[in-house]
Design a protein around this ligand. Structure first.
Ligand code: GUN
Length: 291
């Protein structure tokens, strides 16, 4: 069993990005600039956004964190987005999800100009991804593809089973794995909460990507011997530790890992790759702007 080390791979990618940023600056270009909107103070979202801001600093990016009150109105939020769309100093921006329940996530995503949509969630970005046209790929699936590529995992002709059909991970993951690219060229099964006899599918997976948000849901009996397992889940489970919680993946790591050819740990697997991908997209946005 080989660990798919997202932490180390993300570090490598961030070093490459930092090198390009300093080379660009020597040629007179500005630092890439990522802005993030955080609405309210959800603990997990706070942590993710803080990691994104820190990674920006490490890579020589400029970053702006816009903290907005949890009870901001839809119109006020759309106004903030419009300002970022029109701000030439910002190359790309994200709105951290999930949003408080009174806000319409889809309208918010559609308000982001596709040229600045470094999360790749806008319908224009999703359409281009599906058509294999150049675009910003959603950070988590893009990160997983890079992790597979850089770890030398062969995907062509393999049966990939994706568990979970969210717009952020499962659905785009299924599209990327099926595309005629390397990595890619998988035969893909996308499973979800209404799938009958889920285990009969997961057991057939050469590559199993799990993005459910249900701690330790995938057990050893659900995994084929020699499978590649990618665990996207990262749930805070309360316990008696100093922090008051432990981070758990969607895969029961201790029992599943011995059966795998490759597996991602949680934490240190997919999470750091998401951040590396967001930075890659933002650098690409800066290149596209030639600023
Ligand atoms: N919430 C969970 N993952 C993501 C992500 O990749 N981007 C944003 N904006 N919100 C998220």
């Amino acid at each position: 069993m080989v660990l798919l080390d997202g932490k180390a791979t993300s570090k490598d990618i961030q070093a490459e990005i930092a090198a390009e940023v300093s080379s660009r600056m020597q040629r007179g270009y500005k630092r890439p600039h990522l802005a993030a909107i955080l609405v309210g103070n959800d603990g997990a979202s706070e942590t993710y956004v803080a990691s994104k801001v820190k990674a920006c600093e490490r890579c020589g990016f400029e970053s702006t964190l816009l903290r907005l009150n949890a009870n901001i109105s839809q119109d006020e939020l759309l106004e903030q987005i419009e300002q970022l769309n029109n701000d030439d100093a910002v190359d790309g921006f994200i709105v951290q999800l999930p949003l408080p329940a009174h806000l319409n996530e889809q309208l918010v995503i559609e308000a982001i100009h596709p040229d600045k949509d470094v999360d790749g969630f806008h319908p224009v970005s999703v359409g281009k991804m599906a058509l294999n046209l150049p675009t910003y790929l959603p950070a988590t699936p893009y990160g997983i593809m890079q992790l597979l590529e850089r770890s030398g995992v062969k995907t062509a002709g393999k049966h990939a089973v994706v568990v979970g059909r969210s717009h952020i991970v499962g659905s785009p993951m299924s599209i990327l794995l099926a595309r005629n690219t390397e990595p890619g060229n998988c035969t893909v099964t996308l499973t979800h909460s209404k799938t009958a006899d889920l285990a009969s599918f997961t057991r057939e997976a050469d590559i199993l990507v799990v993005a459910l948000g249900r701690p330790e849901f995938i057990t050893a009996d659900m995994v084929k011997e020699g499978a590649v397992v990618v665990d996207v889940g990262i749930t805070r489970v309360d316990d008696d530790s100093e922090k008051g919680y432990t981070l758990k993946g969607d895969v029961h790591f201790d029992s599943v890992a011995p059966k795998c050819s490759y597996i991602t740990p949680v934490p240190g697997g997919v999470g750091p790759m998401t951040i590396a991908s967001l930075l890659k997209n933002t650098l690409q946005a800066a290149r596209d702007k030639r600023s």
